[in-house]
Design a protein around this ligand. Structure first.
Ligand SMILES: Cc1cn([C@H]2C[C@H](O)[C@@H](COP(=O)(O)OP(=O)(O)OP(=O)(O)O)O2)c(=O)[nH]c1=O
Length: 191
């Protein structure tokens, strides 16, 4: 059995590498659009689309993993910022309060003809920040390609005060949940 990570995110690869999993990477080229409105449904749908896109290109004993992450605050779903001013507005919205990070995760087994999709949620509290601090954070450039315009694993660690839930879920891959899905549903044991 071969594991394929259907993601171009270096963070997701790193989290999976950390626990000694052998896998290959095949980023999905699917457009990230969905009719869903609620954050957990959005991330589950998109993770499913990503994993299915790659699954359709393969045949044999493959296990394909797809994921999608969004930030949720005040009923608004935040994806990746389009530019600096978009990032500024997102971060301004997130400071001095709690918000939620949702990651959807899909595992497809071609051999078993089985697909399982779940999600994980983590609460994150970002400190109150002056506009100058937000500006300085944005100048570091790490907002690019990050849902909600911050990266908890980078300079973002300086602006996050506390979290409730799985840290790895915020970085983009809820590895503990993935472990549960693999053992419960696919008889694959990482421990
Ligand atoms: C909130 C947060 C998000 N992120 C990242 C995780 C995801 O890579 C990204 C959200 O974009 P996604 O669309 O979930 O993923 P992606 O486009 O990077 O990769 P792919 O679709 O190929 O799997 O934001 C962080 O790295 N740190 C954080 O603290």
């Amino acid at each position: 059995m071969e594991i394929v990570l259907a993601s171009g995110s270096p963070r997701r690869s790193e989290i999976l590498s950390n626990i000694g999993v052998n896998f290959s990477v095949m980023p999905s080229d699917v457009e990230e659009v969905t009719d869903e409105k609620e954050p957990e449904k959005i991330v589950m749908d998109l993770s499913r689309k990503k994993a299915s896109f790659v699954a359709e290109k393969l045949s044999g004993d493959f296990l394909i993993i797809g994921a999608d992450t969004v930030v949720f605050a005040d009923g608004i779903v935040l994806g990746k910022p389009k530019n600096k001013s978009d990032a500024f507005n997102m971060l301004r919205m997130l400071t001095g309060r709690w918000h939620q990070v949702y990651t959807g995760i899909t595992v497809v087994s071609l051999k078993q003809n089985k697909i399982v999709t779940e999600y994980e949620k983590t609460d994150v509290y970002i400190k109150s920040l002056s506009d100058e601090m937000i500006f300085n954070y944005i100048e570091k450039g790490e907002y690019i390609d990050k849902a909600g315009s911050y990266a908890i694993q980078g300079y973002g660690s300086l602006i996050v005060e506390k979290i409730n839930g799985d840290y790895y879920n915020v970085v983009g891959l809820p590895i503990s949940k993935l472990h549960d899905i693999l053992s419960r549903e696919f008889n694959v044991h990482l421990l």
